[in-house]
Design a protein around this ligand. Sequence first.
Ligand code: HEC
Length: 214
Amino acid sequence: MRKTSHSPAIRRCNRINPKARGIAAGLAAAAFVGMAAAESGDDIAQRETAAREVTAAFIQGLGAALKNEMSKDGPAAAISVCKEIALDIAGRLSRTHGWRVTRVGTRVRNPMLGLPDTWEQQVLARFAKRASQGEPLKGMVHSEIVSEPHGRYFRFMQAIGVQELCLTCHGPKEQIPEAVRAALAKHYPADQAIGYRLGELRGAVSIKQPLPKR
Ligand code: HEC
């Protein structure tokens, strides 16, 4: 189970990628319908629906690939696959829709990709507060139109909670298998994304859509 070689994982990654492409392409059609209607005005609900659909595809695609990989080659090999597939799916969704689709963390493993910006930090703090008041993380979203110096954007975030599966790589240190710890230390020397508990807020999928000029 705990193979350290990454090569089978990388080969499998090539087989999984077409699936990610399929997900992105399938969603493109749905979202363009939303966008066309969106130009005509009162569109927040429609944008939010489209953003939720894209988020669901992102989370499901990633979760399926992760489970598949962990059961085949073990969690240490799944590190590289999960990283590549997350980027691949997010990149494709971003290009297909003309939105920025990313994952951000309350603490981050990869500071180049996973750091929340100021708005995202504020929303994560609100999510944590909503969760502490008893609201379930599942389906927790926030959307808003924001004005920035370069334009207006529709911004959307959906909370990601820690599931059992995540603990292998994000849980308390003593629960992380040795091979995974070694691989994380090698690839992510500044890793802060461990020590999470089951059901805790891990981060969010974040989507940013440019809006037409007024
Ligand atoms: C096989 C190990 C592994 C498992 C299991 C795993 N992750 Fe990760 N996770 C990673 C790695 C590696 C990164 C850094 C990816 C990168 O380089 O962008 C990461 C990054 C993230 C990020 C982006 C923010 C950051 O810290 O850089 C989020 C959010 C995240 N994981 C959530 C989850 C959730 C939720 C689960 C469970 C469904 C999960 N992860 C399961 C390895 C894993």
